[in-house]
Design a binder for this molecule. Structure first.
Ligand code: CA
Length: 267
């Protein structure tokens, strides 16, 4: 366990996450999954897809596999200069373990053929310097909120993002593009589960937000920044307000948010 120990007293890691998921107003089931592992500084969101119960099985399998893999391997994340590179290796393996768990389940139950999931993972490396490793596959995102600004830390693996990068459509057109559900990478899909992984050095007041496309397709980055900034001491309330706004804007999809913010001692 990477919780810092001092005179046998467990001290919480300097960033803690809180999260919320919601089915929305249109869908009958929630195929998103998330997990908060505040003791080891690991936070994960997955957005499943596939008929029957496939989507929710895939997202649950992925998040559970990542957590098990990181927990089982926490020893290699000792402090020191090797911490960051080993975090990247660990996340790469964790994503692969999620991918193979999904494939294995499909191989034993053909009704689940075609199920898959996105994944976004944040893993805290206490350092020094304190860094956060972000891994993602698909269109679930991570954002950095710093000094009243919001900046994406991930680039969607989606058809629409490719059109955007190539300059073929504008950001406004991307928001309403009819093919915005086409993913170029996902766990469970053939040879498409390779994550992008990057390390970011954290400043003391930085906030990291993870979310599914239920949020990003309905709530603007400015709105996200404003809600989180207004609730710095109450990240639970920020999560609720973000979901409420996604639902106020139609709630067409499942929405999941995780807010990872500097630990505040409660008195
Ligand atoms: Ca979704």
């Amino acid at each position: 366990m990477r919780t810092m120990e001092f005179n046998d007293v467990l001290i919480p890691l300097p960033w803690q996450g809180t999260g919320l998921t919601d089915t929305g107003l249109v869908r009958t089931s929630n195929q998103d999954a998330f997990t908060l592992e505040n003791q080891i500084g690991l936070w994960v969101i997955a957005d499943g897809m596939g008929g029957h119960a496939g989507g929710s099985i895939a997202s649950q399998l992925a998040t559970q596999s990542v957590v098990h893999h990181v927990r089982d391997s926490h020893g290699i994340l000792s402090s020191g200069p090797d911490q960051a590179p080993s975090a990247i290796r660990l996340l790469r393996q964790a994503v692969a373990s999620g991918d193979s768990a999904i494939r294995q389940r499909v191989s034993t139950n053909r009704d689940l053929t075609g199920m898959g999931t996105t994944l976004v993972i944040a893993l805290l490396c206490p350092g020094p310097p304190t860094q956060i490793a972000i891994a993602h596959v698909g269109d679930s995102r991570a954002y950095l909120l710093r000094n009243h600004t919001i900046q994406p830390l991930t680039t969607d693996h989606s058809f629409v993002q490719r059109l955007l990068t190539e300059g073929q459509i504008t950001p406004e057109e991307a928001m309403t593009h009819p093919q915005q559900n086409i993913l170029l990478r996902a766990l469970g899909a053939e040879d498409q589960a390779t994550p992008d992984i990057a390390l970011h050095t954290l400043e003391p007041q930085d906030i990291i937000l993870l979310c599914t496309d239920g949020l990003t397709k309905t709530v603007s980055e400015e709105e996200v920044l404003s809600i989180v900034s207004e609730n710095l001491a109450l990240p639970d309330r920020a999560c609720q307000q973000l979901i409420d706004l996604a639902n106020a804007h139609g709630g067409k999809d499942n929405t999941t948010v995780v807010v990872i913010s500097p630990y505040r001692q409660t008195t």
